[in-house]
Design a protein around this ligand. Sequence first.
Ligand code: ARG
Length: 592
Amino acid sequence: MSVWFNPAREIEALLRQAAEAVPTLGKGFNPELKPSDPRHADFQANGVLAAAKAAKANPRALATSLVEALRQQAGWDETLVQVEVAGPGFINFKLTPAALGAWLREYRDESKWRAGAARLMGGQKVIIDYPSPNTAKQMHVGHLRPIVIGEAVARLIAFCGADLIRDNHIGDWGTNFGILILAIRRAKFVLDPQSPEVLEDLERLYKEGSAATKADPALLEAARAELAKLQSGDPENLALWEQIVAVSNAACQRIYDQFGLKTDYILGESFYRDKVEQVYTELQQCGLAEESEGALVVWHDEEPRFSRQAETKLPFIVRKKDGSSNYASTDLATLLYRTQHFKATEIVYVTDGRQQDHFQQLFLTGKKWFQATQRTLPRLRHVWFGTILGSDGKAIKTKSGDPVRLQALIDEATQRAFESVTNKSPDLPEVERQHIAKTIGVAALRYADLSSNRTMDYSFSWEKLLSFEGNTAPYLLYANVRVRSIFRKLNLAVGQGETGASDPTTPTEIALARKLLAFTAALDQALEELRPHHLCTYLHELASAYGAFYAADNVIVDEPDVQARRLMLCARTSAIMETGLRLLGIEPLERM
Ligand code: ARG
């Protein structure tokens, strides 16, 4: 029998099959298999309780029949998984040391884990839409979350076998371009793509333009005229717009590079400007959209709505009063394009939680539109996130009230990390300390963000995120460096020296081995909910299990088989730690 990559999934499947042979259970039985209190078992199935209640049967007797049927299943092996009925009718499953040892020997490295996880999303074509910033602005702290959450979710989906496309849906076709172009003209500003301040200049011009158009209706009219010229393809305005988008993209890319982010496409809103007409036509033809006060709108009756504002129902406006397209029209056209052109089976959108309303309306409209036009709707998921708070509990801002620039945040993180590395390891050459500081700085920013449940707000604290204690990037990076140092001491590469390893034996070895296997459950959960913090929590627990093992069991010992199996545990710990960190976007360090 081959060794199961993900025992919980296999046990669950076998339980479902076994249930078919038990009259009271049958097809459709849900085993409700969950991780269990590790003192008693690895997993427990609770499903019999509900089934017994529904059938007015004795739960323990029913659980006993299910266990008997399970033992008849081909592929059931009691020497690997022990099973027993417990409590009022739970079924407990415990992996034996032989099963743990077999898993550790079989699933040695990333390629094996990838192959094992590929069942989760193999054959799927997924588009992930991130970080999708608006153009002509410098990236600020608000862009940290779409970058790091988007990248982690993307890596997770790809790791689990999907064919993944990263599509950066930039906001490059908004009404702001009218104001910006007007302001550029009025200031006779010459846009120099090479200037490092060009984005700052554009931001300033936009602010000036925006104030001016608010104060003077004639200027507002002029801005509208510039926008109309741009939208109707005026060559001069188009050329200027193209330049603005290009400098903006280049500046964003400099930030992306520091986060190791490479998108496959930049198909921004402007890409869809000739594709919205079809949306209007079809939505009207299938009776979904109607004219209302000059705009084209779609009404939905479905509840609940997430709107934080009024109880009043708002329509989904798909074309504005003045006939121009908006965020909604573009997103509908994008949905169609991704379905038809990329043959997406799933689309994942990564944005701020304040856009929940938009996406709920988008998904509903998409569903009804595709149904009416007999298209297959891809699975649509909105991966939204909360706000980063300052120590005052409000969204973080600079003293002047502007958002903190992302580059400033990275620089400060790097600077602070450099100080702490210099404190910890003053003997390392300065270049190496700088390299380490850059890795730790960005990793710490990233990990602090990923380790909290994305739908919650979290408070930003330099002390916390750079700390070498607790659930932080420096702690995990350092834990891994320490595991690796054992191999260095023995003059071995990680993964060498484990030939002849016996099965885990001592309680701390067994506890560590079980934690290593739990990698599969962490992957499962993170993927299912698209919440990277499950992986962070897991890595932190793994580091603790390793710590307990290391404190209790000497690795370098005289008995060759004992040393081999402990080295095996060390090697797997380091490899899972590194794979997990990479999934989060963090490059592990050799030393620090
Ligand atoms: N540009 C938008 C923003 O900055 C995010 C776009 C997200 N993607 C989408 N298809 N709507 O808020």
